[in-house]
Design a binder for this molecule. Sequence first.
Ligand SMILES: *Cc1c(COP(=O)(O)O)cnc(C)c1O
Length: 228
Amino acid sequence: MFGSTMNPIANNLNALRIHIPERVKIIAVSKTHTAEEIMQAYRAGQRQFGENRVQEICAKQPLLPSDIEWHFVGHLQTNKVKYIAPFISIIHSVDSSRLLKEINREAAKNTRIIKCLLQFHIAAEETKYGFDLDEALACISSDECTRMNNVEIIGVMGMATFTDDMDQVRREFRNLRHYFDRLKADRFSGMDSFNEISMGMSGDYPVAIAEGSTMVRIGTAVFGERNF
Ligand SMILES: *Cc1c(COP(=O)(O)O)cnc(C)c1O
């Protein structure tokens, strides 16, 4: 009676861990799920959780154990950075120099260094946020950026098109990998800290891992369908 039937979230995580190589970090995307559901994953050993709304992450974070590493994966408005700056571990969705500058400012106020990923626009859909390669290069090459002491850019993030066409998804992830390689060669060579490629969700993580993902952001396959 205990174990397998008692905790479907633990079962889901254990099943994912069988398929996902140890070098790839699983970020459990807990948006819309309760603190109790997050605790079920926590008790199964999960420590990295992702949320995409500021209000929601700020409501949950104080209710949960302090050794959880919180990741922000959604579009972030500059005026809301201050709410997550005291505790956020990694922001996956940096998509403008203005946002990066604000994260640096709020991190400094909290005497922290916040790790950031540059989000690239790799999907065919118009609605997804993110840099293209020239914009990202311009952002990180600016004098302003090189003077930032409270952000650490550790890699890139992207979301593929929402489609069943896995050849298209593979091409998009391959593009993101290419952008990572370009940034690494041009601006971060020899910097071991620039080492992360955040790509892959419940529907496409095997393709993402095959294309070099180091972090998969998985919601539905951990927690089940989202509650709205
Ligand atoms: C919701 C979300 C995910 C997880 O999506 P699933 O398909 O449920 O795994 C990953 N990344 C981002 C940016 C998200 O908003």
